[in-house]
Design a protein around this ligand. Structure first.
Ligand code: NAD
Ligand code: GLY
Length: 365
């Protein structure tokens, strides 16, 4: 079993990566020591994995379940209230633990409920999507959406452990699996050129679900994220680099009303745009920008989001959280494996990038 740690002093925690973790009684006994356990899952994941998790947790505990409807639309305060109501109704004390069984939606929501209940109780992430295993479950960002925007309500609350059972990825629809690869590619681009080259070489094995290749990709991604979070938990600096591709991606997602494209798909197009922008600024060679586009395309991910005009994308970029002094700050690439955050770029380069990368409609509106 692969294990690594997120080093945060007395809030440090392990990330375990292996096939079959969900049913491992020894692992669950060690990492979910609470007697009273609330499992939060959803209608799609629970029928697949809840029975194995409950069996692994064993009979000597009080197990309660909350099964949410599936989908981003249900990552709401109302569903946090539902989880909290169940905790109160069952008189769970501060020594209880929540276990989030599902993708990033379930993990973010359950983590936020854990952050709120009695000012913070333990929770364990059991992520079942690639995106959640390499990103959402690690690092302690929890929260829900508000009608006024995505992830507007939340808290930093680190899990007690992350148990990534890569066998669960076998039931993930291929489109969801590809979406997770966008975040994996992102880690190589940010700080590990060797990992990026490994992804180029091993993409066929990864796409066919080869367990050894998946463990390596999840482990290296988590190592990189754990290192960044350990140095900058509250995103005062370096953690912003994890948003490579996301300023473009969020703009594409919000310009399309969060309906058409998965988050990872929008991030994938955003990575291509960040590479193109870096090339336009003279930071990245054309050959390296092409490597980014090619790997994204080979992973079955979009390299642009058709139907979004450059003007609409720019409007949505202007409401990004990383705006400072009226300038859109962007994570750009000085090379493959060398990301930087900057507001110092020619405005024309941004317009040219949007012009080149946005959908078929041409011309800034
Ligand atoms: P998701 O949780 O909606 O899961 C995607 C789909 O796959 C859902 O329909 C889900 O039910 C299904 N699913 C999950 N596991 C499955 C399995 N093993 N087999 C079959 N189906 C399965 O989406 P996601 O991509 O995992 O996460 C996206 C969410 O994560 C967003 O809300 C995003 O804001 C959040 N996020 C958070 C962070 C963070 O740092 N906290 C980082 C990135 C993303
Ligand atoms: N997903 C970006 C972060 O956790 O900071």
């Amino acid at each position: 079993m692969d294990t690594l740690n997120v080093e945060l002093g007395n809030r440090s925690y392990p990330i375990l990566i292996d096939a079959g973790l969900i049913g491992r009684a020894d692992v669950l006994e060690r990492h979910v020591p609470a007697r009273d356990v609330l499992i939060v899952s959803n209608t799609r994941v629970a029928p697949l994995y809840l029975a194995a998790l409950a069996a692994g947790l064993g009979a000597g505990r009080r197990l309660v379940e909350v099964i949410l409807p599936d989908g981003e639309a249900h990552k709401t305060l109302a569903n946090v209230a539902r989880v909290l109501d169940v905790l109160v109704a069952n008189r769970f004390g501060r020594d209880c633990s929540l276990v989030a069984l599902g993708g990033g939606v379930v993990g973010d929501l359950a983590g936020f409920a854990a952050a709120c209940y009695q000012r913070g109780v333990a929770f364990v992430q059991v992520p079942t999507t690639l995106l959640a295993q390499v990103d959402a479950a690690v690092g302690g960002k929890t929260g829900v959406n508000h009608p006024g925007g995505k992830n507007l309500i939340g808290a930093f609350h680190q899990p007690a452990a992350v148990l990534s059972d890569i066998a669960t990825l076998a039931t993930l629809p291929p489109r969801e699996r590809s979406a997770g690869f966008a975040e994996v590619i992102k880690y190589g681009l940010i700080c590990d050129a060797e990992f990026f080259a490994w992804l180029e070489a091993h993409l066929p094995q990864l796409l066919s679900g080869d367990p050894a290749a998946l463990v390596h990709a999840v482990r290296r991604s988590c190592e990189i994220k754990a290192g960044v979070v350990g140095r900058d938990e509250r995103e005062q600096g370096e953690r912003a680099l994890l948003n490579l591709g996301h300023t473009f991606g969020h703009a594409l997602e919000s310009a399309t009303g969060y309906r058409e494209w998965l988050h990872g798909e929008a991030v994938a197009a955003g990575l291509v745009m960040a590479a193109e922008m870096s090339r336009a600024c003279g930071l990245l060679s054309s050959a390296d920008a092409e490597r980014v586009r090619s790997l994204v395309a080979r992973a079955g991910l979009p390299t642009c989001i058709p139907g979004v005009t450059p003007g609409a994308a720019l409007e949505h970029m202007r409401i990004d959280k990383k705006i400072k002094g009226g300038r859109i700050r962007l994570v750009l690439l000085r090379g493959i494996g060398a990301a930087c955050l900057t507001a110092d770029y020619p405005e024309g380069a941004l317009r040219d990038t949007l012009q080149a990368c946005c959908g078929p409609e041409r011309g800034l509106t």
